[in-house]
Ligand binder design. Structure first.
Ligand code: X8Z
Ligand code: ZN
Length: 613
């Protein structure tokens, strides 16, 4: 979540943008008739953008600081943080959504052809921000900000109870990964879904407020608003994600069949169910099944446990540095919040991993709850991808307003790419995390990877995206939140709930992004597709290695390639960039090709088994 925080912005009373505008020089001569002076739109845009950006950056920084505290020190019942965050975000909203800024931006954009490309992109970014906070409807914006902060506090202030005892989500995840007793698994799964009940009202409210705020500036709904950042309509985005899902469906079908039979065997269930009971899977949402498979000679969890969490945090940095990226700045180590809270802590924190560009400059931080295990190892690489993206596009060529990914999916892709690379055998052997001489079954390794990357696709491009589409664009009735959620889970993932999930639950809302990163989960699906395209290019053309067995470590050319993608931020066209860097348009080709050998293997393995999706 919070891939980039782009809260709302505004001029606080203390910091008025008006006061920054230098007054016009006194007129000493009689001006010629107005028509005779050609207007210098480029000069006007430059001045406007300079002043706007300066205020924006200050307000953004203040809002980030407040949000940071709200996410790292959650004290239920204490409203200090919420109040401060509210004020900072409102200040931001008043500025970004100000009628004056909107008017001025639109006016300048009417003369697009007289402006330079970067100016147009920046003005479009200004309008995009404005649409989230239009001050034509200030009360709605204020209410939305308030509802948003309250929802996050509710989600992360929640006290999960298992057998009457408080447990963390890391503990619940461990049970779902390791426990063999189905009754115990079910308890943990049920516990993980309790939080949704209290989030329903907030979600209904947020859905309405999000839709109404962007509608004030002409977007049909919040989903369309988010898709517009890719230069796409809602329908175009839906067809793209549906196409991706279809391309990976044959492989998913094999994985699903394989998992049903293997899990039934593991739990000693004779009748193999058609749909996988949700509590059988090693993840709360069934989005990653990789821990189902253990490969002999490749036990990352064991090795990482010996090394510890701090080692993991430093190792991910070493990997980036080996490619030529700089060391993480001191502020990162001083101010990040990387590890689980001690049991004695009197407060809670948001325990979903995120990366923050606090000031759109060099203050970068990450919020994680790193445990020494394979999942956090991958997540750490993912978050550092955001951090290095921030640091790399923080350069004089990229104006503050374009310090973002080429699109949001790129921002997600680069760190995930490093996560994939950091899990490949030659890389791990080089680090002594696996014995270079140990014989490992490569097909099992590929299977393990598919249970992560491929299994994720129907969840991300199917369940999450279709649900949010219906929520925002179809005004899904609150009477149907849970029914629709499980219908999608069944259709796309082939998973069934272990017990009746009436509308008193809101299982969708147990997923953080539904609450605090709305209508953009397809970013992750697209990011996986992009990451395989980039990886395919790196392996074949730079490293000249098999994409399934690479070692990026220490390769400066790979680093150059990645920096070339990161450095321009959002100042480039994302489609053009992909073609330039990989020679092809967005396509699941590389991902399908990567797993092609597995397809054959699974077909063989599944011979005689009944397919159910
Ligand atoms: O939310 C995340 C990142 C934070 S940007 C850890 N991810 C998605 C999730 O956890 O659901 C990464 C992959 C999918
Ligand atoms: Zn991310």
């Amino acid at each position: 979540m919070k891939k980039l925080i782009l809260p709302a912005l505004a001029v606080s009373l203390l910091y008025s943008c008006q006061s920054k505008v230098p007054s016009a020089p006194p007129v000493t001569t009689t001006p010629p008739p107005a028509a005779a002076i050609p207007r210098d739109f480029r000069g006007e845009a430059e001045k406007f953008l300079r002043e706007y950006s300066e205020t924006y950056q200050k307000l953004y920084t203040a809002a980030s600081e407040a949000e940071w505290t709200s996410n790292t020190r959650i004290i239920p019942g204490d409203e200090t943080n919420a109040r401060r965050t509210q004020e900072a975000n409102e200040a931001m909203a008043r500025f970004t959504g100000s009628e004056e800024n909107i008017k001025r931006t639109r006016e300048l954009l009417e003369h697009k052809d007289m402006l330079d490309r970067l100016q147009v992109l920046q003005l479009e970014a200004v309008l995009f921000q404005a649409a989230n906070n239009p001050q034509t409807v200030p009360d709605l914006v204020t209410e939305r900000i308030k509802a948003q902060t309250a929802q996050t506090e509710k989600l992360y202030g929640y006290d999960y109870k298992l057998n009457g005892k408080s447990v963390t989500t890391n503990q619940l995840d461990d049970i779902l990964k390791d426990e063999k007793n189905l009754a115990k698994r079910l308890q943990a799964w049920n516990t993980s879904k309790e939080v949704g009940k209290g989030l329903k009202e907030g979600l209904i409210n947020l859905r309405d407020l999000r839709n109404k705020t962007v509608q004030a500036l002409g977007y049909e709904d919040y989903f369309s608003y988010q898709a517009s950042e890719y230069g796409m309509s809602r329908e175009e985005m839906m067809s793209l994600v549906r196409k991706i899902n279809e391309e990976l469906r044959p492989l998913y079908r094999e994985l699903h069949t394989y998992a049903r039979y293997e899990l039934a065997k593991k739990y000693g269930v004779k009748n193999v169910p058609e749909q996988i009971p949700a509590h059988w899977l090693p993840n709360r949402w069934g989005q990653d099944w990789s821990s189902m498979v253990s490969v002999k000679g490749f036990n990352l969890d064991n090795e990482l446990k010996k090394k510890g969490s701090e080692w993991q945090a430093k190792q991910a940095e070493r990997f980036y540095m080996s490619l030529g990226f700089p060391a993480l700045p001191e502020v990162f180590w001083e101010k990040s919040d990387l590890y689980p809270l001690p049991k004695t802590a009197k407060y809670k924190k948001n325990n979903h991993a995120s990366a923050w560009h606090m000031d759109l400059d060099n203050d970068v931080r990450s919020l994680m709850s790193i445990e020494p295990n394979a999942e956090w190892y991958e997540t750490t690489h993912h978050e550092y991808g955001h951090i290095y993206y921030y640091l790399t596009y923080t350069n004089p060529e990229v104006p503050v307003l374009l310090r973002a990914g080429a699109n949001r999916a790129y921002h997600e892709a680069l760190g995930s790419l490093m996560g994939l690379a950091a899990n490949q055998k030659p890389f791990l052997a080089g680090l002594d995390l696996i014995d270079p001489k140990a014989k490992t079954d490569d097909m099992q390794l590929l299977l393990k990877e598919a249970l992560n990357y491929v299994v994720f696709i129907p969840f991300a491009s199917g369940v999450m995206t279709e649900f949010e589409h219906d929520l925002y664009a179809r005004d899904l009735s609150p009477e149907e939140f849970n029914r629709r959620w499980w219908q999608l889970v069944s259709e796309y993932q082939g998973i069934q709930p272990p017990n009746a999930r009436g509308e008193e639950f809101t299982d969708a809302a147990t997923k953080t992004h539904i609450n605090d990163d709305p209508a953009q989960y397809y970013d992750y699906a697209l990011s996986y597709v992009i990451l395989f395209q980039l990886h395919d290019h790196i392996a074949k053309n730079i490293l000249k290695q098999d994409p399934r067995a690479t070692n990026y470590y220490g390769n400066k050319e790979v680093g150059e390639f990645l920096r070339g993608i990161m450095a321009p931020g959002a100042s480039v066209d994302w489609r053009q960039m992909l073609v330039e860097k990989t020679g092809e348009e967005l396509s699941a080709r590389a991902m399908v090709e990567y797993f092609a050998p597995l397809m054959e293997y699974l077909k063989e393995k599944n011979k005689g088994r009944k397919y159910s999706i």
